[in-house]
Design a protein around this ligand. Structure first.
Ligand code: FAD
Length: 439
């Protein structure tokens, strides 16, 4: 009954599940675990007080485990935004000394020479396509609304003290949120099937690549959230009076993913987790030139140096694995239809990120907001940059492309969640094996 041992290619990618299990569990997961415990990544600034923009928010979760402990600003070992911006400015003015300027100039001349050499070999049609992407780059698609760090209601949360785990949030409220996400914001298959049990199997024949990508991303996120609640589950105290004990709940996991108990849907949903993982991994590798220049400034020199080393080590592993998803296959061509599809893709994703304000459990809302912002940041990276060629990277010096600290923290932590879910599958596999041996 080790159904969670998936095999074969991840749908719409060129990568095997087995390869990812090994890469993640041996290399990515341990590095990320250590990195995400560092100050830069563990404090996330978020507004949990926003009104639900879509329906009247009736469900205030009173469950103890839904509660989020926020930090007082002066407890947080991260310099204030203004001070961080000053630091950035100094860093750039230092960089832009004459020597730096000369280097930049000679690099851009070399780039120009390369481009003019390309001019002769690239068809006019291709150049028109590049031009469209260049124009598109100038207006970066905004997949999420990003709150200013200093705006009202923004508070720091220590993610290590508020882990994503079982909270007891179930029933009508989360169902309304998930239904609104899938039915109103995921694209409908051509034959207008509903989400859930029906939306399965042969997605390829009923949806174009862009729509499938959207659905798989959301489904992969849903899978990850549900794996975490099974992985860190609160078993009630037998006497009914104690606080209960935390542990892995194999039965809950099987209920959600066993093919026999999910009309065959579980394994597909698990595979979507690998898909979402691959997309975010590809985005991180695309942003390597940008992330390598980031200082991850907290104000503590030693801490900052160690984080930069940790990030660099992580990026070198992630960077060796980047040609498994080709975003240039998406939104191909410059037709009105494609432009419309792209606008809808961005709009639907934005809606989903706003729906997170309707989640009726603060802990779930915190992680829901963080993970949609992380995914939105990944999409921003994938559909920005100077080119959409396979394997292309973000130009680190592009003035048009910037990430805020909040986006970087969300991107790394969101990917960390997916990584931890894939790692948890290994635990459920051994629990299932032990269970089988017992019976
Ligand atoms: P649900 O998970 O609510 O699913 C609803 C329906 O969606 C299912 O009946 C099925 O048809 C379909 N479905 C399920 N999984 C998938 C998938 N992977 N892909 C496609 N379709 C699917 N609970 C916690 O304990 N801790 C948390 O941190 C937490 N975070 C949450 C964050 C958000 C944003 C939301 C909306 C909910 C969160 N929850 C959390 C609640 C949790 O996700 C479930 O909703 C809850 O446990 C009830 O589960 P369920 O079995 O009724 O099915």
């Amino acid at each position: 009954r080790c159904f969670c041992k998936l095999r074969g290619e991840v749908d719409d990618c060129s990568c095997k599940v087995e390869t990812l299990d090994s890469l993640n569990n041996n290399k990515i997961y341990p590095r990320l675990k250590s990195l995400l415990s560092r100050n830069y990544f563990r404090y996330f600034k978020v507004n949990l007080q926003k009104q639900c923009p879509f329906w009247s928010d009736d469900s205030r979760c009173a469950l103890r485990d839904c509660h989020v402990n926020v930090c007082q600003e002066d407890e947080v070992p991260i310099k204030k935004k203004k001070e961080r911006e000053e630091h950035e400015k100094t860093k750039y003015s230092e960089h832009n000394n004459v020597e730096g300027l000369e280097k930049d100039l000679s690099e851009s001349c070399a780039e120009e020479r390369e481009l003019s050499a390309l001019d002769t070999t690239i068809s006019k049609e291709k150049m028109a396509e590049f031009q469209t992407w260049r124009e598109h780059d100038e207006s970066l698609p905004m997949f999420c609304e990003i709150d200013d760090e200093d705006s009202n209601g923004m508070e720091y949360v220590d993610l290590l003290l508020n882990p994503e785990r079982y909270t007891g949030y179930k029933g009508a409220s989360p169902h309304k949120v998930w239904r609104s996400i899938y039915e109103e914001n995921c694209f409908k298959p051509e034959n207008n099937l509903k989400y859930g049990p029906e939306l399965v199997g042969d997605l390829e024949s009923t949806m174009c690549l862009e729509k499938r990508v959207f659905y798989r991303l959301i489904s992969g996120l849903h899978t990850s959230i549900n794996i975490h609640l099974c992985d860190q589950y609160l078993f009630p105290d037998k006497s009914g009076f104690g606080p209960g004990t935390w542990g892995h709940n194999l039965e809950e996991f099987q209920k959600r993913f066993d093919p026999e108990l999910t009309k065959g849907l579980g394994p597909q949903r698990l595979k979507n987790l690998y898909f979402t993982y691959l997309i975010e991994l590809r985005a991180i590798t695309k942003a390597i030139p940008y992330l390598e220049r980031e200082t991850f400034y907290t104000g503590d020199i030693k801490e900052d140096e160690e984080i930069m080393e940790g990030v660099s080590d992580f990026l070198s592993v992630a960077g060796s694995f980047q040609h498994h998803f080709d975003e240039s296959k998406l939104f191909k061509g410059n037709t009105d239809e494609m432009k419309q599809l792209k606008a809808e893709f961005v709009q639907h994703f934005r809606n989903i990120s706003r729906i997170m304000d309707c989640v009726g459990c603060d802990k779930c809302k915190l992680w829901g907001k963080l993970q949609t912002l992380g995914m939105g940041t990944a999409l921003k990276i994938l559909f920005s940059g100077d080119s959409m060629n396979p394997g292309s990277t973000i130009n680190a010096k592009s003035k048009n492309f910037q990430l805020t600290r909040t986006e970087i923290v969300a991107l790394f932590n969101a990917f960390g969640r997916l990584s931890s879910s894939i790692h948890a599958l290994e635990t459920f596999r051994s629990l299932a094996r032990m269970d089988e041996q017992k019976s």
